[in-house]
Ligand binder design. Structure first.
Ligand code: DLZ
Length: 196
């Protein structure tokens, strides 16, 4: 039987060497999440030449926090990219020193988490809130936000989708998210400059 499900190969090879990428991931279900983060980073650096120093990683407790953290981090990177940012930050935090300034805003964000259904309605509420929240942050900010959140009915499903399972069909979805982020970041740049 032929395979119907899944993503077709991209139409071109995307060069991610000039991109700045943000990964926000949860600490809930960390053994699975860490593998997904690794798959995402390996794909971007090895297959699209994204520089590891241009990948910023931030963690949050659980999936519910992903949209808020992503929105605030995008706002912070925009503030840091303003022309007088170094001056502005040098007046803050005398004891700790100013935070490092990076003048490039994020070209794409990948939000990574794993929700595993329990015996209450919690899973349903969080899944819906998180997917809507991440979509909203992307649309409101104009920065591509990749939905790297697995909603699994069992632990086994989560393991399979992080490439840690036992079946032949196991697959690390972080790989897809890495490809997706680079493609959309490059395309978004083109669209901004009117190239369609
Ligand atoms: C509370 C909770 C539960 C039960 N399950 C998960 C989960 O499977 N995956 C996940 O990322 N987070 C979970 N959380 C935590 C919530 O996402 C959130 O961190 C808390 O409700 C605090 O806002």
């Amino acid at each position: 039987m032929s395979v119907v499900k899944g993503i077709a190969a991209p139409l071109e090879k995307y060069d991610g060497s000039s991109l700045r990428i943000l990964i926000v991931h949860t600490r809930w279900n960390s053994s699975v999440v860490n593998e997904l983060v690794k798959g995402t980073i390996d794909t971007m650096t090895k297959e699209h030449s994204v520089k590891s120093e241009n990948i910023t990683i931030q963690t949050v407790a659980g999936a519910f926090e992903l949209p808020f953290a992503t929105q605030r981090l995008i706002a912070a990177s925009r503030l840091q990219a303003t022309p007088n940012a170094a001056e502005l930050f040098s007046t803050l935090g005398e004891n700790t020193g100013p935070p490092p300034i990076n003048s490039q805003t994020f070209d794409a964000v990948i939000c990574i988490g794993v929700l595993i259904k329990g015996s209450t309605m919690h899973f349903e509420y969080i899944s819906e809130a998180v997917s809507n929240g991440i979509m909203r942050v992307g649309l409101d900010s104009g920065i591509p936000c990749v939905f790297g959140v697995l909603s699994c009915l069992t632990d086994e499903q989560a393991l399979e989708r992080a490439g840690l399972g036992v079946s032949e069909k196991k697959h690390n979805h972080g790989i897809d998210w890495g490809h997706c982020a680079v493609e959309l970041a490059i395309k978004n740049r083109r669209w901004i400059t009117g190239e369609i």
